[in-house]
Write a protein that binds this ligand. Structure first.
Ligand code: GLV
Length: 310
């Protein structure tokens, strides 16, 4: 089989290439420059593949997303829903995203942003009482594979964890809300961690109404996708409520333009889409295990439902 590898945004692309060669040692690995071999390509390991390249891969049997999200594939006009997509489901990524969430929650509850802003002004802000874990309710918006990792870590550390998800299910130690009672979920949260996939249903879900229902001095962490936030509404909310904090890892348009107002606001922390960096070794190992199944059974079960959008 021939594998097309394409990714221009991730860190450590050399390590990715080496690791793919190590696992897929009997296969030919090509790049988008090797267009003469496109007809041989059966498998693609990709992140943000251009649509015109996808249209030229006529013999594709499987697509591996190099991350947890698959919106970068589903949005392509030339994506044929019959081609199975495998996305990364990995414990290390789960640990990374849980660590990221915890770091931003701690930043908020220990007033670090306030101290950072006062340092810029050379101003000793004085003692501020932190919020204790047991008194902080963290609401996880989107309780999938990764959301569960965050919930488990926070539960261990004595936070009060609640979650909002599509379907009502029982999860130990977590009060679950669904779309129907999302307002109660928002009103009960001191911190909202949004980890929603990008779908038509999640578009601008965090809008003026959502923000108005959040507690006045609370905090929003977005590590899902930028489509979930109506950015104009969030900017207005942040300007009006100086003690409301936003920790933003994802945006509607990435990279975030230097002209964006988000950069300038003292109650915003920006990171460049790094909350759930894919762990290379376990992810390639996972891809290879699925690939072996495909070779053996001539097909592989996709864990993505294109109609759901994730
Ligand atoms: C990152 O955003 C991912 O989808 O893994």
């Amino acid at each position: 089989m021939t594998i097309l590898f394409h990714n221009t945004t991730f860190d450590k692309i050399d390590v990715w290439k080496k690791t793919i060669k190590k696992y897929f040692k009997n296969e030919k690995i090509i790049s988008i420059k090797d267009y003469k071999k496109f007809n041989d390509v059966n498998c693609a390991i990709i992140w943000n593949l251009p649509d015109d390249i996808l249209s030229r891969l006529k013999n594709l049997k499987v697509i591996f997303s190099m991350g947890a999200g698959v919106d970068h594939i589903l949005k392509l006009k030339n994506y044929n829903k019959k081609i199975p997509i495998i996305r990364i489901k990995d414990e290390e990524m789960g640990e990374r995203i849980a660590n990221y969430s915890l770091a931003q929650i701690l930043n908020y509850q220990l007033n670090f942003k306030i101290f950072q802003n006062s340092q810029i002004k050379h101003y000793w802000s004085g003692e501020r009482t932190p919020i204790d874990n047991k008194n902080l309710t963290v609401g996880i918006l989107g309780l999938g594979f990764l959301g569960n990792h965050i919930a488990r870590l926070l539960n261990k550390l004595n936070y009060n964890v609640i979650a909002c998800k599509k379907n009502q299910t029982k999860v130990k130690n977590i009060k679950i809300y669904t779309g129907k009672n999302i307002i109660s979920f928002i009103k009960s949260s001191d911190v909202v961690v949004s980890i929603l996939p990008s779908t038509p249903q999640t578009n601008n879900i965090i809008n003026r109404k959502f923000l108005k229902n959040m507690k006045k001095n609370s905090c929003l962490i977005n590590i899902g996708r930028g489509n979930a936030i109506e950015e104009k509404d969030l900017l207005n909310h942040l300007k009006k409520n100086k003690n409301f904090y936003a920790y933003l890892d994802v945006f509607k348009n990435e990279p975030l333009k230097s002209s964006s107002q988000f950069w300038k606001l003292p109650n915003v922390t920006i990171t460049p889409h790094v909350a759930g960096v894919t762990a290379i070794e376990p992810s390639v190992k996972y891809m290879y295990s699925k690939y072996k199944k495909l070779r053996k059974n001539k097909n592989v079960k996709s864990d993505v439902n294109p109609s759901n959008g994730y």
